[in-house]
Write a protein that binds this ligand. Structure first.
Ligand code: RP5
Length: 167
């Protein structure tokens, strides 16, 4: 059973401007009842806080860190460099390059320090959270049941879909 008294997932992002996207992650964690914390930690504006966060993540009990950033998005990689807690990187859409810069910054980690990288934007944030749920569900049968139910609901919705051509 999951201990709800302390966060199991850390959701961090480079700026409050990332929140519109990153709330798609926290919404999923809320839906599954997974305790989380969410805060702004900027790699280039708050390097000391980033260091302290990553270094303390494991001893504080975090099982996954979802890190969102846009542009030259070094936050997920830098955090991954300082902890063995799995880091799930979310590329946030950027103003000029629509997040392709964020995606490439996050996904191209050199061999040895992985960042699990998700789709640009809302889908990526939601899927990162679903992956965090899946990680925790490996040792939490009740949560695994909820995840299976979530998938079954999606399957039923797809099976019930109709097309105008057949009506
Ligand atoms: C990155 O710079 C943040 O993750 C954000 O996506 C981007 C822009 O930040 P703001 O200028 O909006 O604060 O560090």
């Amino acid at each position: 059973m999951t201990d709800v008294s302390k966060p199991l997932v850390g959701v961090i992002m480079g700026s409050s401007s990332d929140w519109d996207v990153m709330q798609n992650a926290t919404n999923i964690l809320k839906q599954f009842g997974v305790p989380f914390e969410a805060q702004v930690i900027s790699a280039h504006r708050m390097p000391d806080e980033m260091y302290a966060y990553a270094k303390s993540a494991r001893e504080r009990g975090l099982r996954a860190i979802i890190a969102g950033a846009g542009g030259a998005a070094h936050l997920p990689g830098m955090v991954a460099a300082m902890t063995i807690v799995p880091v799930l990187g979310v590329p946030v859409p950027s103003k000029y390059l629509r997040g392709e810069d964020s995606l490439l910054s996050i996904v191209q980690m050199p061999k040895g320090v992985p960042v699990s990288t998700f789709a640009i934007g809302e889908a990526g944030a939601a899927n990162a959270a679903l992956t965090a749920v899946a990680i925790i569900a490996t040792t939490d049968d009740a949560l695994a049941g909820k995840l299976q139910e979530f998938r079954a609901t999606q399957t039923a919705a797809a099976q019930a879909m109709t097309l105008p051509v057949n009506e």
